[in-house]
Design a protein around this ligand. Structure first.
Ligand SMILES: [Cu+2]
Length: 118
């Protein structure tokens, strides 16, 4: 009985060790590119962003003004359309699949910015 218990413990340790290793590898492979952005009376700030192709992008967008129409962020190319509650950081994630320019804009496509994917 004692041996059975120690075998169970040994297996549990081995499994948790392996998953920790896998996690570390994953993090190294997929380097998230975090871009902090605000919506002010100037529009999206910054309005020009550069990211690397094939690596996940996380935009953290905080709308700081209530006087413009930019109350959502729309990234048509990646099917993203998210409301931006006032003063609340909103995370928008996608992985750019090809180099080029990706537009982000308000729901009416008036206030906008450009993500350059390289
Ligand atoms: Cu608008």
């Amino acid at each position: 009985m004692k041996t059975a218990i120690s075998i169970v413990i040994a297996v549990a340790v081995a499994v948790s060790g392996a998953s920790a290793l896998a996690k570390g590898k994953e993090q190294k492979k997929a380097q998230e590119q975090v871009v902090t952005m605000e919506v002010t009376t100037q529009g999206f700030v910054p309005a020009q962003v550069k990211v690397k192709v094939g690596q996940p992008v996380k935009l953290v967008v905080t709308r700081k003004t209530d006087v413009t129409c930019a109350k959502d962020i729309v990234i048509k190319d990646y099917g993203i359309n998210k409301p931006l509650p006032l003063n609340q950081p909103v995370e928008v994630t996608f992985t750019p699949t090809k180099p080029g320019k990706v537009r982000y804009a308000c729901a009416m496509d008036m206030i906008s910015g450009v993500i350059t994917v390289e």
